[in-house]
Design a protein around this ligand. Structure first.
Ligand code: PLP
Length: 286
């Protein structure tokens, strides 16, 4: 496997950075998660835009243009002969002395990792995932907005640990006000009486799959309401699904031990999964 490193391609074993990289020392950096299907990159421009927005929000200047980044991503896939892949661009603040001041780091480090990738949840797309609400909060009031896809994912990791502990497939976050936020690595949709609800993105990542799902639902003439939701809405939903680059569209059939609807993936969720599969297989940048 060849890894993109600041303009060069190096074998996986040689793709390293220093322990003085502030990405390692302080989680100072940003990343993206992108998928390729059938040799085409899904929503490439959207992911690159978000990467640069994340960088902007932490005052990190990515030392290449968006066009160069897109080309580097496509070249990483070509170099590795990958058709169905997960792609991970990472931009860290770079190497500097101890001390968190970013001015210690003269040059950001850009890596792009890619690997073959199939369905993340296997049989669970048919059976459904179990969700666990977690005590860790996802806070829009934090300076580190949930909108920033930063290298500081501890919040999400703590949520995942809690979900693992409680035996759930995915953790479900609320924010400090008690509003539904998102999963540890995906956005969340609730279906009630034929209408679809999803929280506004103030307290969660502006998911690219989320945006694609909203568009698909509208095309299917299914009403989508973007509004604040609470724990009660989650427990009493007819259906729930989550969306993410890694997870795609996946049904959630149990939350905190309560069956969602009849505990099986519902009709709108199934339509969503099919529609999403269709666009991933039939769109994208070659
Ligand atoms: N929420 C979090 C915290 C994530 O890490 C991700 C994954 O990227 C998502 C949501 C889903 O976003 P997207 O659909 O853009 O992959």
């Amino acid at each position: 496997l060849m890894i993109y490193n600041n303009g060069d391609f190096v074998p996986k074993s040689k793709a390293t950075t220093s322990i003085y990289d502030h990405g390692f020392l302080y989680g100072d950096g940003v990343f993206e998660g992108i998928r390729a299907y059938n040799g085409r990159v899904f929503k490439l421009r959207e992911h690159v835009d978000r990467l640069y927005d994340s960088a902007k929000a932490i005052a990190l200047n990515i030392p290449m243009s968006k066009e160069e980044m897109e080309e580097a991503i496509l070249e990483t896939l070509r170099k590795n002969n990958l058709k169905d892949a997960y792609i991970r661009p990472i931009v860290s603040r770079g190497i500097g002395d101890l001390g968190l001041d970013p001015r210690k780091c003269p040059k950001p480090n850009v890596f792009i990792i890619s690997q073959e990738w199939g369905a993340m949840y296997g049989d669970l797309y048919e059976v459904g995932l179990t969700g666990v609400t977690v005590a860790v909060r996802r806070n829009s009031a934090d300076a580190l907005s949930p909108n920033i896809k930063s290298l500081n994912y501890l919040n999400n990791i703590l949520a995942k640990i809690e979900a693992n502990e409680k035996g759930g497939d995915e953790a479900i976050f609320f924010d400090g006000n008690g509003y539904l936020s998102e999963g540890s690595g995906d956005n969340i949709f609730i279906i009630k009486n034929g209408k679809v609800y999803t929280p506004p993105t103030i307290n969660n990542l502006k998911g690219i799959t989320r945006a694609a799902a909203i568009e698909l639902l509208k095309e299917m003439d299914i009403e989508v309401c973007v509004e604040n939701l609470g724990l009660f809405d989650l427990y009493t939903a007819d259906e729930i699904f989550v969306t993410g680059t890694a997870a795609e569209a996946a049904p959630l059939v149990k939350v905190d031990g309560r069956d969602i609807g009849d505990g099986k993936p519902g009709p709108i969720t199934k339509k969503m999964i099919d529609a999403f599969e269709y666009i991933t297989q039939n769109t994208g940048t070659p």
